[in-house]
Design a protein around this ligand. Structure first.
Ligand code: PHE
Length: 335
């Protein structure tokens, strides 16, 4: 009996997992286990031996059962500890990055520009890219023989319309649609049939600004444009104002911005001049006011045509306009 007990306890003590312990338990106490067969043999013994042997076997069985129970507690705990050590969460491990889309830099800057003007009470309007020739040119005081109408610059559509070459047609449309006084901006795509280089693209973006009131001033126009530039760049910017000619404004100006790609020392974006033409503007020509259905004796206006693509380039230091429409993800992912 003692030998059996020692053997069983030895096997139990040597187990390291619940599964192995289960095997040992079955081998001793299971239906075909060693102890079970010894108990079965009891029936074959003479009655006087049977009692003593039966008691001894039962005591052995109990001892083995107890040892198994105790050992089960031990290996269960050991296994749980091992698993816990294994599964420990390390919060300093880097997470799995989630692939996210990006806003195109043009979208970002348009959002900012719209924000700035909304705060100043401007409507934000949207006008067609395929435009009637009359709105793109005639109503804007651009006569039929004006060089801007040359097929070199304008994409003519098969139906006789054009792809708008600027956002200015919106001036006339807005005057016809809205009740003055009003102020509005209209951002959008414009198209020009010309050779592309670092600062020219056949498809680019402008934001037209227009204010119509009983009397408007160049000072007010300038302050709106400075609010725009400082809103987008979030710091003081250096500008200069030059006379500029556009048939639809009188007087007309060019507001130039100190090149922010090269800081003014000269680069392909500013054509090595240190300045970028960014904001052509002026007081709306009375002929345009008239084309808009208003009486120039009662209504005045100022307008600007922001070169949005260039503004984006200045804002992010992009040195070639062709990146903007190239659809290259390596570019888009940088913003
Ligand atoms: N439409 C002009 C252009 O694209 C810019 C402009 C707009 C000039 C408004 C003056 C006033 O060249």
């Amino acid at each position: 009996m003692d030998e059996l007990l020692r053997e069983a306890l030895g096997e139990i003590a040597a187990t390291s997992t619940v599964a192995i312990l289960k095997d040992v338990e079955v081998r001793w106490l299971g239906k075909k286990g060693r102890l079970t067969s010894l108990l079965k043999e009891l029936g074959g013994l003479p009655p006087e031996e049977r009692k003593a042997r039966g008691q001894a076997l039962n005591a052995l069985k109990q001892a083995i059962e107890e040892a198994v129970d105790i050992r089960r507690g031990e290996v269960t705990r050991a296994e749980a500890e091992a698993r816990a050590a294994d599964e420990r969460i390390d919060p300093t491990l880097p997470g799995t990055p989630v692939a996210a889309g990006r806003l195109h830099p043009l979208t970002r800057v348009v959002d900012e520009v719209e924000d700035v003007f909304e705060r100043m009470g401007f409507h934000i309007l949207d006008y067609p890219e395929a435009e009637r020739e009359a709105f793109n040119f005639d109503h804007l005081n651009i006569p039929a023989d004006h060089p801007a109408r040359d097929t070199q610059d304008t994409f003519y559509l098969p139906d006789g319309n054009v792809l708008r070459t600027h956002t200015s047609p919106g001036q006339v449309r807005a005057m016809r649609e809205l009740t003055p006084p009003f102020r509005a901006i209209f951002p959008g795509r414009v198209y020009r049939c010309e050779a592309t280089d670092a600062s020219h693209e056949h498809t680019f973006h402008q934001v037209e600004g227009l204010m119509i009131d009983r009397s408007v001033s160049i000072a007010n126009m300038l302050s709106s444009m400075m609010t725009l530039l400082e809103g987008v760049f979030r710091r003081k910017v250096e500008v200069r104002l030059r006379p500029g000619f556009f048939p639809f404004v009188e007087p007309g100006f060019e507001l130039d911005l100190r090149c922010m790609v090269c800081g003014g020392s000269g680069c392909p974006v500013c054509k090595r001049s240190g300045w970028v033409e960014l904001l052509p503007c002026g007081l709306v020509n009375p002929n345009v006011i008239r084309a808009g259905g208003l009486d120039p004796a009662h209504w005045e206006g100022w307008a600007f045509g922001l070169g949005l693509s260039r503004l984006v380039m200045m804002r992010y230091g992009i040195d070639d306009i062709r990146w903007l429409m190239a659809g290259d993800l390596r570019f888009a992912r940088q913003f």
